[in-house]
Design a protein around this ligand. Structure first.
Ligand SMILES: [Zn+2]
Length: 413
């Protein structure tokens, strides 16, 4: 029962997506929303019920004559998925049930200076603890979505960059985590995952929008008609490496003036550190794996009214606004979402400046005033998106082959 075929969502995938986002629907509503015939929907739904993935939950009376419609919903405990977002300075793990609801969540330190081997070992232990604590049986977990910065080779499950340290380049991330967890693991881009997580949360009032993701670095994602825009190799929308006019700082990617190098959290922290008195006043420490914690100290100082903190953050926000203009112009967007752990406190400041840049410069401004929103889940959206990617991508059969000690009424076969 594949969710995708030749890169397109299958009928089964569409039905599961609709039930996952809408909660409950009748067969008639499913037919209406998919454009399929009633007979085709009946066939797909029967298979899903036989496989224990969908069940009937009641009836809605119909106007006038006729049978009441039976409502369908996903069986939440039929399967689960794990999302693991890892960054140099923060990590988040979430467990979602088959209906996409959050069952468990944990926030922990990032990879720090530790290499990939040690980092993945720690993450695998935390995933095991979280599954145990939440009573989710391992054999009911479809897989894990490992969410990191790009660029990535998703097929081979490796990073194509020497960030955060040289040993991460080409390290078999998904293979190693899969072996440790005993589960299939997919690699996903953090900004793309956050965009999808945000779309799923239903907070964005459009199915076409851009997202800027800021953790230790800066990434971008675009949702087009409800699906992630992936480019050729899922390394699309690297907005952190758009060169900004007037920028000159050398970037890790080898170019000059990239948004990440000019305005990313690490750069803001370094600017504070360059002013001893300011660093002391804001309590900024400058530890290599403490970028987000330091950035958060600067943001809280801005929030308290500290002028020095405000100046540096405003400068960064205007640069990000310039990158947002490019994002909006390239993809013809009218909505941009800001997500990622750097926006916990600083979100409103960035929202204001990015919106101002878009109102001044985005080509679409003549048609509609561009809207900038701060994600409602700045910390967890990426991990949630990683778990959703698993629910939507890994075919049920892959896991059904493995011995399952699940209640017989679920009848997965
Ligand atoms: Zn760059």
């Amino acid at each position: 029962m594949p969710h995708f075929e030749d890169g397109r969502v299958t009928t089964t995938g569409r039905v599961l997506d609709l039930l996952r986002t809408r909660g409950t629907l009748s067969r008639v509503e499913l037919a209406g929303r998919t454009g399929l015939t009633a007979a085709a929907i009946t066939h797909v739904v029967r298979r899903l019920i036989d496989d224990g993935l969908v069940h009937e939950v009641g009836r809605v009376p119909r106007q006038g004559r006729g049978q009441p419609r039976r409502l369908l919903e996903l069986a939440p405990d039929s399967w689960y998925a794990v999302g693991v977002q890892v960054d140099r300075t923060t990590s988040t793990i979430v467990v979602l049930d088959f209906a996409g609801e959050r069952v468990a969540e944990a926030g922990l330190r990032g990879s720090g200076g530790a290499g990939p081997e040690a980092t993945l070992a720690v993450l695998a232990d935390h995933v095991a603890d979280l599954l145990r604590a939440s009573g989710v049986p391992r054999e009911r977990v479809l897989g894990a979505g490992l969410v990191t910065h790009g660029p990535q080779d998703q097929e081979r499950g490796v990073l194509l960059t020497a960030q955060p340290e040289p040993e991460w380049l080409e390290f078999p991330l998904t293979g190693t985590l899969s072996e440790r967890l005993g589960l299939p693991v997919l690699l996903e881009n953090d900004a793309t995952a956050a965009a999808f997580g945000e779309q799923w949360a239903g907070e964005v009032p459009t199915d076409t929008f851009g997202l800027i993701y800021m953790a230790s670095g800066i990434g971008g994602g675009v949702i087009v008609d409800g699906e992630s825009y992936r480019g050729r190799a899922s390394n699309a929308v690297e907005i952190g490496h758009v060169a900004l006019s007037g920028g000159s700082t050398v970037c890790v990617c080898g170019n000059r003036g990239c948004a990440q190098a000019e305005a990313g959290p690490r750069t803001v922290v370094e600017q504070v550190l360059a002013d001893g008195a300011l660093a002391e006043r804001l309590g900024v420490k400058g530890e290599a794996d403490g970028t987000i914690a330091d950035f958060e100290r600067i943001a809280r100082a801005w929030h308290r009214g500290d002028r020095g903190a405000a100046e540096l953050l405003e400068r960064s926000a205007r640069w990000i606004g310039q990158a947002a203009v490019t994002l909006v112009n390239l993809f013809d967007l009218d909505t941009v979402v800001l997500s990622g752990p750097a926006f916990v406190t600083a979100g409103p400041l960035y929202r204001e400046h990015v919106a101002a840049e878009l109102e001044r410069r985005a080509l679409s401004r003549a048609l509609r005033r561009p809207e900038v929103r701060v994600s409602t889940n700045v910390i967890t959206a990426a991990a949630v998106g990683g778990a959703l990617h698993v629910l939507r991508t890994i075919p049920i059969e892959t896991r059904s082959d493995t011995p399952v000690s699940a209640p017989t009424h679920e009848g997965a076969s």
